[in-house]
Each structure stands twice: as structure tokens, then as C-alpha cells.
Design a protein around this ligand. Structure first.
Ligand code: AMP
Ligand code: MG
Length: 325
């Protein structure tokens, strides 16, 4: 009994019995970001959670294409061919994004910005983009026009007019960074979640993992999600943002190879150790559908993936639901 009560957890040196489930939610990246942490409630835990949310804010300032002053937008503004120094965060997310772009034959493309913008305007105006508008936007898209030098921590674009959109990969990275902040401050038993993506650290006390339900997913993936530890689970697919053209729903996810909003309504789930990779692969699979699964398994060993559907016109995602302990 005494031994069990004195059992120490990780680096926190807090008896398991003193750890309670704490939950905090803030709005960032235009969505609810939720942190669940098992810790002894007190100033240290609360400061760690505040620091984790601060990390989210910092990274949004670096990676968001919605922020005119972000590092990402400054990279776009550089003259073609000019190397621009980038920080480790942008270098990592761009590296993952370009790797997934290459592996998926451009189904995932971090330069999809002009097309996303065009489809957003089309949705707002309730009309499909004109063919010449699509051509112009496609001409400004292309992951192979971005080059990275990881030794120098620099990036360059080989043509003008590139518009990044890291919306498909950066969220995972940002959630993981928040989790790392908690862990570094002695609170590794944590989960961070936003918009259907989540990352988990060490499991809740006395449990083999976090219980995350992924309705309908491939049994192997669902099994792993039911006791998830030290991994990211990303979800991507059909949701409420869509444009109806001739009775067909085009979602906010674009197939960069055609320039068209995806219509098939697949929902993809991916579990990976690296959260940006999970996030990008889930977006890629929501473009590729089940045909992309073999490719993902071959190119990304250790990654688990599942594709549900097709469900043409389906609204609402099959979101994973973490019980949070
Ligand atoms: P996610 O929810 O992670 O699938 O990300 C969806 C977001 O990724 C969209 O709202 C766009 O900002 C961006 N996006 C859309 N299509 C693509 C694509 N084919 N490749 C990369 N990013 C995309
Ligand atoms: Mg994604």
C-alpha cells in the first residue's frame, strides 16, 4: 500500500493518487483547443498549461497564412530564387509538407493557397470558379517550386505568386508543440486536441493509454486509438464547408492535380509519431481516398491509416472522441 502510494510519476515526483484530471479550453486558430492533463492542481500545473497555450499563439504567428506578418507570408514575399532564413518550426513543417507532397504525387500540396482562396470565394459567392480562374490559380500552385536547405535552415521559391496554405499540416505540429511544453515542465500525462486532431503524451495514471474512439475506422487503427500513447491522431475529410455545384458538393479540401474541390466525401484517420506527418497524411488521404492507403503504408512505415466512405455529400466528420481519461 505504502509503496503504491509513494510510486512516483515521470519527472513530476507527484504521487499518482494526488493527480487529478484537469481540463482547459481556449480558442486559437479559429477553433477550440483543449488540453487535458493529469497533475496535482496548483500554480505549477496552471503555469504549464498557460505556457502551452502561449506556444500555440507563438506558432500561429509563425505558420499561419492568415497572418500577414507570419514567417510563412514573409517567405512568400521574397524574390524568386532568393534564399530566406527560416526558423526551426517553419523548416520542420515545410519539410514534412514537401515530403508528403512528393510521396503523394502532389495530392497534398502546401502551395495550394491560390486554389483554396478561389474556392473560398466561390463558396461565398455561391458559384463555381470560372475555368480561366482555375487555370490562373493552378499556375501559381506547385510544391516543387519550393526548395529547402536544412543545413542553412533556409527556403526559397522558384517563381513569384506562390501562396502557402499550411492549414493541412501545421495544426498537428502546433498541438504537438503544446504537448511538448507541458512535458518539458513536468506534466507528460497530457492530451491536446483541436478540430478533430489530437496528440497524447504519457497515459493517464494506471491506464495503458488514452481511450480515443474512432467510429467506423479500420479495426487495427481503432484498437491502437483505444489505448493511445505518445502519438498523434489526425482526422480529415468531409465537413460542413462545401460548395454545391450541379447537385455535387465540393469540400474545402482541394485536389491540386485538378484544381477542383474534392467531392467524394472520404474521411481519413492517421496515427503517427510525428503530428505534422499525421495531419498532412490525413489531408492527403482525404484527397486520394482508399487508393492512397497502400502508398502511405509503403512510404511511411509505422504510420497507421484508415479511410471511411465514400459518402458523397456527407456533412459532419467522423471525429475521434477522446474520453480524456
Ligand atoms: P485538414 O483539416 O488537416 O485536412 O486541412 C484542411 C485544410 O488544408 C484546408 O482548409 C486548406 O487550408 C488546406 N488544404 C486543402 N486542400 C489541400 C491539399 N490538397 N493539400 C494541402 N492542404 C490542403
Ligand atoms: Mg491535415
Amino acid at each position: 500500500m505504502l509503496l503504491a502510494a509513494l510510486f512516483l510519476v515521470g519527472t513530476t515526483a507527484v504521487p499518482v493518487a494526488a493527480q487529478t484530471r484537469l481540463e482547459f479550453t481556449e480558442i486559437h486558430m479559429a477553433m477550440s483547443v483543449r488540453i487535458v492533463v493529469y497533475a496535482q492542481d496548483g500554480p505549477d500545473a496552471r503555469e504549464a498549461v498557460r505556457a502551452a497555450f502561449r506556444r500555440v499563439v507563438e506558432l500561429e504567428d509563425i505558420l499561419s497564412h492568415f497572418r500577414p506578418q507570419s514567417e510563412l507570408r514573409r517567405l512568400e514575399a521574397a524574390a524568386p530564387g532568393e534564399w530566406v532564413r527560416v526558423g526551426p518550426e517553419l523548416l520542420h513543417v515545410l519539410g514534412v509538407a514537401l515530403g508528403v507532397a512528393e510521396a503523394t504525387g502532389g495530392a497534398f500540396d502546401p502551395t495550394v493557397g491560390p486554389l483554396v482562396e478561389l474556392w473560398r470565394e466561390a463558396r461565398e459567392a455561391g458559384r463555381s470558379p470560372a475555368p480561366e480562374e482555375l487555370d490562373a490559380a493552378r499556375a501559381r500552385t506547385g510544391w516543387h517550386r519550393v526548395e529547402l536547405d536544412t543545413t542553412l535552415s533556409a527556403a526559397r521559391l522558384t517563381r513569384s505568386g506562390i501562396r502557402f496554405d499550411l492549414g493541412g499540416a501545421a495544426k498537428g505540429y502546433i498541438l504537438e508543440a503544446a504537448l511538448s511544453e507541458l512535458s518539458a515542465r513536468g506534466f507528460p500525462r497530457a492530451l491536446v486536441e483541436a478540430g478533430g486532431d489530437l496528440v497524447v503524451g504519457e497515459p493517464p495514471p494506471g491506464r495503458p493509454g488514452w481511450r480515443v474512439a474512432v467510429p467506423g475506422a479500420d479495426p487495427e487503427l481503432a484498437e491502437r486509438a483505444s489505448r493511445l500513447t505518445g502519438a498523434a491522431l489526425a482526422t480529415s475529410g468531409a465537413d460542413a464547408r462545401h460548395l454545391e455545384v450541379e447537385g455535387v458538393r465540393h469540400t474545402h479540401i482541394i485536389d491540386p492535380r485538378t484544381g477542383l474541390g474534392v467531392t467524394h466525401g472520404y474521411t481519413a484517420h492517421v496515427i503517427a509519431a510525428d503530428a505534422a506527418t499525421a495531419d498532412a497524411l490525413a489531408t492527403a488521404l482525404s484527397v486520394l481516398g482508399p487508393e492512397g492507403l497502400a502508398l502511405v503504408r509503403q512510404r511511411f512505415p509505422g504510420v497507421q491509416a484508415s479511410v471511411l466512405g465514400p459518402a458523397p455529400g456527407r456533412l459532419g466528420r467522423a471525429c475521434p472522441t477522446p474520453d480524456g481519461g
